[in-house]
Design a protein around this ligand. Structure first.
Ligand code: HSE
Length: 403
């Protein structure tokens, strides 16, 4: 087999991990031929031969010896330019950039077909857990009912530190940044957008349907307060930031990202720190659970290596489910049960609950628990960006056949 000559874009936490992992993986017969960075003179922890470094993308894209691009740059626009240029030149790409992939997936699929090349991105979702390739190859969408889990390591790390170690939120966030889990703009992690991007990619491979990010309810843990934490603890539950795509009937599914009360009987209850956990539920097999490190240099690099090896064997995603005649439609016309901490009656009156089952008022905080249509929650989404407000899902099943 020919040697894989990699042109690497990005040499931050993940890029340096890839360098280490590729150099250890002798069976990959892969070498990093050149590394494109923004600043070649920037001091780096990992010493590499300076002649490998360039700040000129074309030195990689125009190099005919390079037969695989690995792209792990931080900036989604730069990532888009690199990936689309490479695909248009017929060079296969391995990418970890979930924000870019989630926004441009339909076009990226088209480019792969038009230029007869491949884009692999298992590293984009859940770090070291091989969720994309498994959904693509193993799970047909007829039997699949739900893919649900913790898809963001940083927010889970913060929640674990806060719940299990009584650490304060801000110092836990700083630690997630120091440990290299968080995005350069950590609001993507804690406001749920990183989970959203991964969920969009997962949904394409789970159900064969692409849904634009703007159409999906996304709400994070920014406003989580001591009151909410105490409330969950008293009920012996944890709060986790959960992303889910779930069938609500034979021909419809819904999806959203929001904090959720998780009881000890659930698999994801014990997914802590930077770990991710994905529960796949199906009609005939009930639940399966995938667990592993979802962020960090070497776990993410291991997933990149797996895609590099997959390319060695000519693997590409076929997006078979997107061709199916019967694909479920996305709907937000479903009823959720939520906990809402709110500042005052005037605010509560603006939230179109269907019914309220529990109500609490005190000098410290007020909350209600009640049912609401997801589409109505989307309409009032801008109101929820308020430190005096916190929304948390009370999980319930959508399909009659469920327990
Ligand atoms: N910031 C991301 C996370 C990195 O915390 O999960 C891995 O995608």
């Amino acid at each position: 087999m020919n040697r894989i000559n990699i042109g690497l874009f990005g040499f931050g936490v993940v890029g340096q991990g890839i360098y280490k992992v590729i150099n250890r993986a002798t069976n990959a017969h892969a070498v990093i031929s050149r590394i494109c960075v923004r600043d070649v003179n920037k001091p780096r922890e990992l010493a590499v031969d300076p002649s490998l470094l360039t700040d000129d993308a074309d030195r990689i894209l125009d190099d005919r010896n390079i037969n695989l691009i690995v792209e792990v740059v931080d900036d989604a626009e730069a990532s888009y330019r690199i990936v689309t240029s490479a695909l248009r030149r017929g060079i296969p790409v391995v990418s970890g950039n979930k924000a870019m992939i989630a926004r441009h997936l339909p076009e990226l699929i088209e480019l792969q077909r038009e230029y007869d090349t491949a884009l692999l991105y298992d590293a984009s979702s859940c770090g070291s857990i091989p969720v994309i390739r498994n959904l693509e190859e193993y799970y047909d969408n007829d039997l699949l009912l739900e893919v649900k889990g913790i898809l963001n390591g940083s927010s889970n790390y913060i929640l674990s530190r806060v719940f299990d170690h009584d650490e304060d939120y801000q110092s836990a966030l700083r630690r997630a940044q120091q440990l290299g889990f968080a995005e350069s703009d950590p609001s993507f992690d804690i406001e749920g957008y990183d989970s959203l991007f991964k969920l969009i990619i997962i949904t394409v491979h789970a159900l064969g349907v692409y849904v634009e990010p703007e159409r999906i309810f996304t709400y994070g843990i920014t406003a989580l307060s001591d009151f909410d934490i105490r409330y969950a603890r008293e009920k012996r539950m944890k709060i986790k930031l959960v992303a889910q795509v779930v069938k609500v009937s034979d021909d419809q599914f819904t999806m959203f990202v929001m904090p959720e009360f998780v009881s000890p009987s659930r698999y994801i209850y014990s997914v802590d720190d930077e770990y991710n956990g994905v529960v796949i539920r199906g009609e005939c097999y009930d639940r399966q659970f995938m667990f592993g490190k979802g962020a960090g240099s070497l776990p993410t690099a291991s997933s990149i290596l797996s895609d590099v090896m997959a390319r060695r064997h000519g693997y590409r995603y076929e997006y078979k489910k997107m061709e199916y005649v019967n694909r479920p439609d996305y709907t937000t016309d479903v009823t959720l049960e939520i906990y809402l901490r709110y500042p005052d009656k005037e605010f509560l009156d603006r939230i179109p609950f269907i019914s309220i089952g529990e109500m609490f008022q005190s000098a410290e905080a007020n909350y209600v628990k009640g049912t609401i249509r997801l589409k109505d929650l989307i309409d009032v989404r801008p109101l929820l960006d308020n430190p005096e407000v916190f929304v948390c899902n009370v999980p319930r099943f959508f399909l009659e056949l469920d327990d």
